[in-house]
Structure formats: C-alpha cells, structure tokens
Design a protein around this ligand. Structure first.
Ligand code: PBG
Length: 335
C-alpha cells in the first residue's frame, strides 16, 4: 500500500507540516540553544594582544588583559562556558608551564572567574602546547624517535599536577585531552587528595588521531616535532573501541565524556548516547570550523546555514554539549 505517500485533496502527507515556518518550528525535534555551547579560547602572554589565527579566521590569540571584555561579550550572547588553551612563554621537555601556579591558563582562569563568576571555565589538560617536542606526554629517557616513546605512567603524574593546578586556580571543570591510559583515575585521585573533590572531570574519552586538528595545531603551536599521535590517540576506523574507552573513563571517575572530532564521528556519538547516560560532549574541531569558513569565503556554500545545520546534526546524533568555535556566531544566528 502506498497510502502514506498519496495525497488527499491535494495535500501530501509529509508536506502538510512543512508548509509554514510556524508549523515547522512546532514539530522540530532538535533545538539548539547557546547554553549548550562551549567556546574555546587561546590565551597568550603579553598586553593588548588580539591576533587573528590565520588557519582559523574569526578566532584570536587573546592576552589576559582582554579576557574580561571577552567574558562580557560571551555573557551578552548567552554563551556560558569556555574551554581554555594556553600558549606558554617557553616550552621545555617536561612542559613545566602546564602545571606552574602562575602559568598562562592558571592566570586566565583567575581573570575570567573574577570578571564573571557565573561563567563556567573549563581547562584543557594536556602537555602538547607546553612541551618542546609537542607530544601530549613526556618522552621516555633516551627516546627521541617515535610517538610510542611517550611514557604513559610518567606522563600521568604531570597531567594530574596540571589538573590540580587548574582546579586550584578556580577552574570549574578539567578536561584531559592527552589520551594516556589511566589519566582519569590519576587526575581524580590527585584532585581528591588536594581537597578538590568537587571539581568534575570532562574526559576526552574517544579522541581520534584526526587530520581535522590541523588548524588547531597552528593556533596552539602544538604540532609534534617528530612522529605523530597515533601511538596514543584512537585509530579512526574503530567504533567499538570508542565505547570501551568511554566505559573505562566512566569507571575511572569521569563526570562527562566526549567524542572528538564530531562530524566524521557522528556514528560514534550516536552509539555513545545509546550506551551511556552520562552527559555527552562532542568537539566540533578546528578543521571542521575551517572547512565551513573556507567554503563560505569562496561563496561555495551559505556559511550561516551550514553552521547551524552542522551544530544541529551533532546535537541530533546525541551530544548534550557542543564544543565549537562557531559558538558566538551561532548564538548570534539563534538570537
Ligand atoms: C591537545 C588538544 C588538541 C585539540 C584539543 N586539545 C590537539 C591535538 O590533539 O593534536 C584539537 C582541537 C581542535 O582541533 O579544534 N591535545
């Protein structure tokens, strides 16, 4: 029978509810609000620095003195959470500015929380922006040739120290992105010992070794100086393994889990949503942002529509929280 698709008195069954914006709005299954967006910020040393990142048009390196104005801007747009990345004054083998009390991120947390105590400040916990070799952990003694030489357990201690120093500075949520095994447990234990038991962890649980991080690595000056990250980030063809990673992070104490990148992994987001009931975040990464931007600049697609369609797809797949460089633009479009 084809009753479902036939017309009655000239009105096709599925088209009836598409005939006006009012009806479309009424039956919409997925809605976007700026409150579920997290806006990444790249913080740098210096004064009055607001430098556009070439690989990410519309995104900036910002110095500490400009963060209060940025917080104000975000508040007026209804974007209520940020994710901080820092560019250190100097890099070294152990990434020591990552866990320095007066490191760039620690200072940025204090500046943002004093400008707007209601802003949710999330910090990315990783060593790659701070190490001279650009890897997310420390290199085994004598090693200098392959990413498999990133020493898992030696890295855990420094990652935990980083998370504790971020939380001490006032971070509302710490987000380890390094992909070392066991880091959520190490960070949870270190936070608890430091009397920071109320600080939650958002784990980059299923983080893939993706080509879509290219623009970010330019922005954060964090490209590995040798090898790549395939020895610790996930292999793109694997989805079942993503569920095991997420499960392990939950067992270790993660409060929010994440899939990253978002668009090439919508299936993983949907499977994670179906398998776990923790809050689920998805990271709409730098390469996804740059692609839309580049195509829109060339007049090849309608940028604003592509942005909203993209964010809607990530939410429809099952994400509760969307980390996105489009946050401010999307908030403006939704207003
Ligand atoms: C740090 C980190 C990266 C991103 C977030 N945290 C880069 C990487 O793993 O190489 C990527 C974010 C983006 O591309 O927008 N490990």
């Amino acid at each position: 029978m084809t009753v479902e698709s036939t017309t009655t008195q000239g009105f096709a069954r599925f088209r009836r509810l598409r005939s006006s914006e009012g009806l479309r709005r009424l039956v919409r299954e997925t809605r976007l609000t700026p409150e579920e967006f997290v806006y990444p910020l790249f913080v740098v040393h210096g004064q009055d620095v607001r430098e556009e990142i070439p690989s990410m048009p519309g995104q900036y390196h910002l110095s500490l003195d400009l963060l209060a104005a940025e917080a104000e801007d975000l508040r007026s747009l209804g974007v209520r959470a940020v994710l901080l990345f820092g560019l250190p004054a100097e890099k070294d083998d152990e990434g020591s500015e990552a866990y320095a009390g007066d490191g760039i991120v620690q200072q940025a947390v204090r500046a943002l929380k004093s400008a707007d105590p209601d802003l949710t400040v999330i910090t990315d916990v990783c060593l790659c922006e701070y190490t001279s070799h650009g890897h997310c952990g420390v290199i085994s003694a004598g090693g200098a040739g392959a990413d498999s030489e990133v020493d898992n357990d030696a890295s855990l201690e420094l990652l935990a120290r980083t998370a504790v120093s971020h939380a001490r500075a006032g971070a509302d949520l710490v987000a380890p992105s390094d992909m070392m095994d066991g880091r959520v447990a190490a960070i949870r234990a270190a936070l608890d010992v430091a009397n920071l038991g109320s600080t939650p962890i958002m784990a980059y649980s299923a983080k893939y070794a993706s080509a879509f991080y290219g623009p970010f690595r330019e922005a954060a000056e964090s490209a590995p100086q040798f090898g790549d990250r395939r020895g610790y980030q996930m292999d793109p063809p694997n989805a079942r393994e993503a569920l095991r990673e997420i499960e392990a992070d939950i067992d270790e104490g993660a409060d929010i889990v994440m899939v990253k990148p978002a668009l090439p992994y919508l299936d993983v987001i949907a499977q994670a949503r179906a398998s776990f009931d923790l809050p689920l975040a998805a990271y709409n990464v730098s390469g996804e942002y740059a692609m839309i931007h580049a195509a829109a600049r060339n007049g090849w697609l309608d940028g604003p529509r592509a942005v909203l369609e993209t964010l809607t797809s990530i939410k429809r797949a099952g994400a509760d929280i969307v980390i996105t460089y489009h946050a401010k633009e999307a908030a403006r479009l939704l207003a």
